[in-house]
Design a protein around this ligand. Structure first.
Ligand SMILES: [Zn+2]
Length: 416
């Protein structure tokens, strides 16, 4: 693996593997005419006998490296849950933000320095490791001392509370980053990259190690590293699904990424009823769309008056008559046309999923952005999204949107 200007070799521990690496490196020297600086290279073992390590280091003619070690300025192999792990960060901050330096700066200058130092010095650590509470407190205390010019003995007054200073300028604060939230945001970025990036060796690695799917749900709980556990913890804090999932909206796209219909069928959608069942305190558990009944999956997607109107109009659009089942699973299963092949029926189920997703989307717009229920709008969305989905699934799908809107059955039947 090559990263930055380093080359890293990984191998299982055996004498012959070490000899092979030596041979490869020697071969590289002969072929390229370049010289490898073995004295600058290091070898490290994980659970390897000490005597064996001495022997391997001798073969490679290089030094040994203990754990934890520093890589790109970051401690690797240490325990970030211990305060000692963060000592380098704290001491750097202490040096930068000492009161003596602050004395010669104006308040504006001190604020500026606090902002730049906090984003520069511990950024690397904070973007990979979850800082323990005591470390966060120490950092905040350093920042506060520096801002208000607290020396060793005297203790001037803090004129404004720290929480206020951490607010954005528009809200009357100074826009200083709250270290805890900053840490969370940086860590959540990993999760975001995990779900938003298409490919990556690092993703494959995490996948094989933890068996996670794209939504970071564990397929199987294996032994997890503290890093992974902290990442999970950071993202699931807060009410219900946690703040992260509440902010992330899964759009119906290629279909394979979206577990939405599976979730809907399994009753895993965070309806008000299911949230309250999971102990989240809600103002109401009534349906956001009709406010008449409990908001369960079954009600939201099938029984609710809004859903009923959507299904009637959708079935009319498709041009079929079907019995409406009340149970969500039966409803899904009855969304099946005997004149279609099984592959065509699979696409059909995709349309079902799109309808359900569009109802949920409308429900969310009512809950989160004071949207109004508009059944016509839902239908239009269903038509557009299902068409996009079909095109995405199969680039040879050549029907235009208006074809699809006019005669969806013909379009589906063209799938072989
Ligand atoms: Zn309702």
């Amino acid at each position: 693996m090559q990263f930055a200007d380093d080359t890293l070799f990984f191998c299982e521990e055996s004498h012959s593997n070490v000899v092979a690496i030596k041979a490869i490196l020697r071969g590289f020297e002969l072929a390229s005419g370049l010289k490898i600086n073995f004295h600058k290279s290091r070898i490290a073992g994980v659970n390897v006998n000490r005597n064996a390590m001495v022997c391997y280091a001798k073969i490679l003619n290089c030094g040994q490296m203990g754990v934890p070690f520093k890589y790109l300025g970051l401690e690797v192999g240490g325990n970030p849950r211990k305060t000692a792990f963060w000592e380098p960060v704290l001491s750097k901050l202490r040096a930068r933000l000492n009161a003596w330096r602050g004395r010669f700066l104006s308040l504006a200058g001190r604020i500026c320095l606090i902002k730049s130092v906090i984003t520069a010095v511990p950024l690397f650590y904070l973007s990979l490791y979850k800082a323990p509470n005591c470390v966060c407190r120490s950092i905040i205390s350093l920042q506060r001392r520096f801002l208000w010019g607290w020396g060793k003995e005297k203790k001037p007054i803090a004129w404004v509370s720290w929480e206020v200073l951490c607010k954005p300028k528009e809200e009357g604060g100074l826009g200083i980053k709250d270290i805890r939230k900053f840490n969370y945001a940086l860590l959540a970025k990993w999760r975001w990259r995990l779900i938003s990036e298409e490919k990556g060796r690092w993703k494959e690695m995490l996948f094989s190690k933890y068996g996670v799917d794209l939504e970071c749900r564990q397929a199987s709980i294996k032994v997890q590293s503290w890093w992974w556990r902290d990442l999970q913890k950071v993202c699931t804090e807060g009410e219900g699904e946690g703040w992260f999932n509440q902010q992330v909206v899964w759009k119906v796209g290629s279909g394979d990424k979206v577990r939405f219909w599976e979730d809907a069928l399994a009753g895993r959608i965070p309806t008000r009823e299911s949230l309250s069942r999971r102990g989240v305190i809600m103002n109401t558990i009534l349906c956001a769309m009709c406010e008449l009944q409990e908001e369960t999956c079954q009600h939201t997607f099938i029984e609710c008056d809004v859903a009923q109107r959507v299904w009637v109009l959708c079935l009319r659009w498709i041009g079929i008559v079907s019995v409406q089942h009340n149970a969500i699973l039966a409803h899904f299963e009855s969304f099946y046309l005997p004149q279609l092949s099984s592959r065509q029926n699979l696409l059909w189920k995709g349309v079902w999923a799109t309808i359900v997703a569009c109802i949920w989307e409308q429900r969310n717009s009512v809950v989160f952005s004071q949207g109004k229920i508009d059944v016509e709008e839902i239908i239009q969305k269903v038509q557009l999204k299902s068409w996009q989905w079909l095109k995405h699934r199969d680039p040879s799908f050549s029907y235009s949107l208006s074809d699809w809107m006019l005669n969806p059955l013909v379009c589906i039947r063209s799938y072989k």
